[in-house]
Design a protein around this ligand. Structure first.
Ligand code: UD1
Ligand code: UDP
Length: 367
């Protein structure tokens, strides 16, 4: 029997973390051959994740350049994929989530009339300005996709509400939970973690485009105020390499003795840090899901989230981006032990670790 050809496209750290478990599962299926195209929207951040999951790309578009903007990414991916799609003619293209690499890859496949299958489909804020431009990317991919892998029932309902056919949407759980099975270890040590011994560790990540500038400065000022008032709190912040983020982080937090600004952590390290943190302060999408899976109370420094299930389950709170609201949000959680324990006991709505298997089973049937 001739194998069906699937091409998975990954471009950034988060889509690699969530696609690699699926790529590795698809590779175990006898009737499928999988090739991987890295767009290279991210360079170091992407290659770290691919290494951890032993995924070697068959193609690398290497589009990243310093100070890249959305035009550079969209056009670089589209032009790079044109020839590859024409040559390879895969039976289906797999894209993940909401990055501009995923959007541009879906558009390129759509232009070549290759079916697009969308992993982590159906997350919505219904606010095109937040997250920006990710809300647009996700909705645009849905228009082009022939199959939607929704991580939760809420995501499925969003897609049905938008008019997608029932049969084209499957609820699978989020593949990020599958990734955690490979990375979190009971025996794990790191010098930075030893530094936080006997303290309450806040693991901070902040990078969103819509937060860059004033909002990000305000978030950092709030963190500084917390540190000044709580001697038993330490913060580790692996800083995203975007210059807009690194400059603000250094300026506001760089000299505080109870903050460590580090380079981005390898995904294995990051997951182990997460599992040993006291609470998580983040504007990331994937980190919300990971923290919920580990029962870590999470404060989301954004005005909206497309992961409302986490709020409804009780493990996450949305605390905005103003200095006062971030400060109050963190303080409340540090002071209120009952709230803290209630949040840590919330059941994660994001999946059970079997998403890659379910998606692979469905892919075998539909292509
Ligand atoms: C992108 C995604 C965002 C995702 C984030 C994950 C879009 C529009 N945004 O945003 O949804 O949350 O990735 O991290 O697709 N850089 C490096 N080295 C790297 C990676 C990035 O130096 O390994 C620099 C780039 O050169 C660029 C900046 O960081 O100047 C921002 O990268 P970019 O991919 O444009 O956007 P992100 O903010 O990372
Ligand atoms: N992550 C990582 N190292 C870090 C910070 C985050 O490996 O220093 C991982 C994290 O475990 C999660 C992913 O990066 O899987 C989230 O990516 P990011 O926050 O950059 O993007 P988003 O999920 O918001 O799109």
């Amino acid at each position: 029997m001739k194998k069906k050809k699937i091409m998975a496209v990954v471009g950034t750290r988060p889509d690699a973390v969530k696609m690699c478990p699926l790529i590795n599962e698809l590779r175990t299926r006898e009737d499928i051959s999988v090739s991987v195209c890295a767009t290279g929207q991210h360079r170091e951040l992407l290659s770290d994740v691919l290494d951890v999951f032993s995924v070697t790309p068959d193609y690398d578009l290497k589009i990243m350049r310093a100070g890249q903007d959305l035009f550079d990414i969209t056009s670089g991916v589209m032009l790079g994929l044109r020839d590859i799609f024409a040559r390879e003619r895969p039976d289906a293209v797999l894209v993940h989530g909401d990055t501009t690499s995923a959007f541009a890859a879906a558009l390129a496949a759509f232009y070549e009339k290759i079916p697009v299958c969308h992993v982590e489909a159906g997350l919505r804020t219904y606010d095109l300005t937040s997250p920006y431009p990710e809300e647009f990317n996700r909705r645009a991919i849905a228009l082009m996709a022939s199959h939607h892998f929704a991580p939760t029932e809420t995501a499925r309902q969003n897609l049905i509400f938008e008019g997608e056919a029932d049969a084209s949407v499957s609820v699978t759980g989020n593949t990020v939970v599958d990734a955690l099975r490979d990375t979190v270890r009971e025996e794990y040590e790191h010098p930075l973690l030893s530094w936080t011994k006997d303290s309450r560790l806040i693991l901070l990540t902040a990078h969103r485009r819509e937060n860059q500038g004033e909002a990000m400065r305000n978030i950092f000022l709030a963190v500084r105020r917390i540190l000044d008032e709580y001697a038993d709190v330490k913060v580790i912040y692996p800083v995203h390499p975007s210059p807009a983020v690194t400059e603000a982080a250094k300026e506001v937090l760089g000299d505080h003795p109870r903050v460590r600004l580090s380079a981005p952590l390898g995904v294995g390290d990051f997951h182990n840090f997460l599992s040993r943190s006291y609470l998580v302060l983040t504007d990331s999408g994937g980190v919300q899901e990971e923290a919920a899976s580990m029962g870590k109370p999470t404060l989301v420094i954004r005005n909206t989230t497309e992961r409302q299930e986490g709020i409804l389950s009780g493990g996450m709170r949305l605390i905005g981006t103003g200095e006062g609201s971030v400060y109050r949000g963190v303080r409340t959680l540090l002071d209120n032990r009952a709230l803290y324990y209630a949040m840590s006991r919330a059941k994660s709505p994001f999946g059970d670790g079997g998403a890659s298997e379910r998606i692979s089973d469905i892919m075998e049937k539909i292509i």
